[in-house]
Design a protein around this ligand. Sequence first.
Ligand code: NAD
Length: 553
Amino acid sequence: MTPSGERRINARGVDCDNMSLEAGSRPAVLAAAEVSTNRLTVLAERIDAAGTDTIDVRAPAADTVIESVPACTEGDVDRAVERARDAQSSWADIPADERAAVLDRFGDLVLDHAEELLDLLQLETGKSRRHAIEEVLDVPLTASYYADRGPKALSDQNRRGAFLPATTARVTYEPVGVVGAISPWNYPLTLSVTDVLPALVAGNAVVLKPDEKTPFTALALADLLERAGLPEDVFQIVTGEGATVGPALIDRVDYVSFTGSTETGRAVAERAGRNLIDCSLELGGKNPLLVLEDADLEEAARGAVQACFTNAGQLCLSAERLYVDESVYAAFLDAFVGATRRLSMGTGFDYEADVGSLIDGDQLERVEDHVEDARERGATVVTGGRPRPDIGPFCYEPTVLTDLPPDSTAACEETFGPVVAVEPVPDVGTAIERANDSDYGLNASVWTGDRERGVAVAREIDCGTVCVNDAYTSGWASIDAPMGGFGDSGLGRRHGPEGIERYLESRTIATSRIGPLDVPPRVPTAWYARAMIGLSRLQRRLPSVSSLVDRVR
Ligand code: NAD
C-alpha cells in the first residue's frame, strides 16, 4: 500500500497489497509470487521420507497453504545422516580448491536465480521484497569469502615447539565430519547459507533442518548447490517438527550450528553437551541503539527506522530499545516518528512496500500482547499500535512507544516484531549503562558525529557486534569479522576465520630432534633436573630469541 493508502495492482493483475482478500486461495498467492505448484512439489520431492505424514507450509501474505513437505521421523534423519557420512570422506578428499570452486559457482547461480529466490522467500516469510533482497545479496558475499578463505583455513600451521630448537610442533586440520545445521524462519536463506558454506568448503557433509515454516527456500538452496557441482548426498535436508527432527539430528552429527531462540538454544546445548559434540548458538537479542547529543539526527532517525522495522522487526539484530541523549530527545523523536509514519505497508511481490507481514498468527499475537501490556502499564503509543488485517492477516503497524515501564513485557522480553521503545537519558554514561542492562548481547548501534567517540563507546557495550553510525548491515556484512552474541545471545561465532574453524578438528604433530625428552641414559636425574631448571630460566629470559626462532622457522 502506498503511503497515501492506495492499493497497487501488479503487472499480473494481482492486488499487491491485499492477499488476505484471497485467503484460502493458493493459486492467487502463487500467481502473485510467480511460483508454480509444480515447482514447489518438485522441491518437496527432494526429501527422502519413509512415512506419509506431512507439514503444511503457509504463505503469511494470504494465510493459505501453498504446499506441504514430509514430516521426517527419527528414522528419516538417521538415513539422511548416514548418506551424508558415506559421501563425506570422498568430498573431503577432493582438493580444497575444487570445493571452493563449487562455492564460487553457487554464488553465481544465486545471482542468476535471484528472482526465483526472492519470490520463494516472500512467499514463505511474507517479508517485503526490499528486505528479501538483503538475503539474496548476502549469499554471493559469503560464497566468495569462504571460497577464498576455505583452502587457507585447512593449511598446516607451524607452532612453537616445547624446547626450541630441539622440538617442532605442527598443527594439521581436518573436517569434523557431518555438521547438523538448524535454522530459523526469519532469514531462511542467509542464516542457512552462512553456516552451511564454511562447513562444506572445509570438507564436511551437512544435514540442514530448516524451520517448518520455511522449507522451500532451503530446498531451492539444495537445488542450486547441486547445480553448482556439489556431489550427491554431501548436503541433505530434513524437514519436520523441531522437537522431533532437531534432537534426532543432534544425536547423530559431529557438530551443531543452531540459530533460533535462546530457549531452544539451551536445549540444543544441553543435548550437544550430553553427546560431547561442539556447537555454535546464535540466539535472541534485545538490542539497544544509542543516539548521542552530537549525532546527525536525520541520519540517526533513518538508521533507527532501518534498525527497528527491517523485516517487520523479525531480525535478530533489530533494535528494540532506543536511548537518546535528553538534549536532542524531542528533535530525534520527531524525526524518527515522522520517518516511521512514512513507511508503507504491503504484502506485494514487488519493491513498493517498506514493511511486510509477520510470519504467522502466533507472532502477531506476541506483538499485540507486548503492546497491550505496555498500554495497560501506562506507556504511550506514539505511532502504530494496531494490527492491519486490511493489508494482510498478520500485518502490524510499525510502533513507537515512550514511557515504557521497566517491568512491562516489551521492556523485559524480545518482541521480535515492529515495536520499539524510546527513552531519554541524561548522558552517554547512562546510555551505556542502560544498553548493558540486559541478559542479551547480540548487536548494538551507536550514532554520533564523532566516529572515534563512537568506537570508544562501542568498546563499553557488551554485545558481539556494535555498529557506529549504522544499524546492523556494516556489522553483518563484514564477513571477515566474527559475528555472535554475549550472554544469552549465544555461544561461538559465525563469519570470519572463526566461522570455518569451528568445523575443523585440529591435530598437533610434535617431533623431537633429540630423541625422547626425558632423562638421558647415564645422566643422574638430579643433574638433569638442575640443567632443565637452568634451561627453563634461559628460555623465559630470552623471549626475543624464541621470537627470532619463530620468525626463522
Ligand atoms: P526457534 O528456536 O523456535 O526455532 C529455530 C529452529 O529450531 C527451527 O528450525 C525449529 O524447528 C528448531 N527447533 C525447535 N525445537 C527444537 C529442539 N527441541 N531441538 C532442536 N531444534 C529445534 O526460534 P524461532 O522462533 O524460529 O526464531 C526466532 C528466534 O531466533 C528469535 O529469538 C531470534 O532472535 C532468534 N534468531 C537469532 C539469530 C542470530 O543470528 N543470533 C538469527 C535469527 C533469529
